[in-house]
Unconditional design. Structure first.
Length: 197
């Protein structure tokens, strides 16, 4: 694999990534003729088996749940990878007769004609992606905690009672105090929300 072959692949591949299976369409870059169509499992093992021994390709995929790890894997296999911005590729999302097979072909054709039409994105590295996941998990936990506390307060108000004021951070520390203000009719519904095992 010399640098020239990487920059000018003779084949262009479009992959429509799915949760279990991904559809692919391989085009001859020069003629635009479809060389191969098919599908394969969306797993690292299946992708490595299919693409690590393949000569360098220009591969177009759409940004989504699987695109970060798939793009890294395909680059490790020696392929040029374009990650399309799905919000900007109206040719794909605007089609009323949208299918996974057609999406794969459209991705390949856009990459073949002019990669700029895909409005390519660059994914974060694996380490940055892991750090971002920590931040998003914390954000989800804080949001869930707030939602549960608001639910508790609202349910109690609907029975004419009120829970004592306190910050969300200290709410779980005041279980006994909160329990005193819970209407007995609501105990079966609300106790599981504020009582830790």
């Amino acid at each position: 694999m010399d640098d020239g072959s990487r920059r000018n692949p003779s084949m262009t591949l479009g992959i429509d990534l799915g949760d279990k299976y991904s559809h692919l369409c391989l085009l001859d870059t020069e003629s635009g003729e479809v060389i191969e169509e098919g599908r394969l499992r969306t797993t690292p093992e299946a992708l490595k088996q299919r693409f690590c021994s393949e000569r360098p390709l220009c591969v177009a995929i759409e940004a989504g749940t699987h695109s970060p790890w798939v793009s890294r894997l395909l680059k490790e296999c020696g392929h040029e990878v374009l990650v399309a911005n799905p919000r900007k590729t109206r040719l794909i999302y605007g089609d009323k007769h949208k299918t996974d097979k057609l999406d794969a072909e459209n991705l390949a054709r856009l990459a073949r004609v002019d990669p700029k039409l895909l409005h390519p994105l660059k994914h974060r590295g694996e380490s940055s992606q892991a750090h971002l996941a920590i931040l998003r998990s914390r954000e989800a936990l804080v949001g869930t905690r707030t939602q549960l506390i608001n639910h508790l307060r609202g349910a109690v108000k609907s029975f004419g009672a009120r829970l004592p004021k306190c910050s969300a951070r200290s709410f779980h520390k005041k279980k006994k105090k909160m329990a005193e203000h819970l209407p007995k009719e609501l105990l079966p519904a609300l106790e599981p929300l504020y009582c830790r095992p």
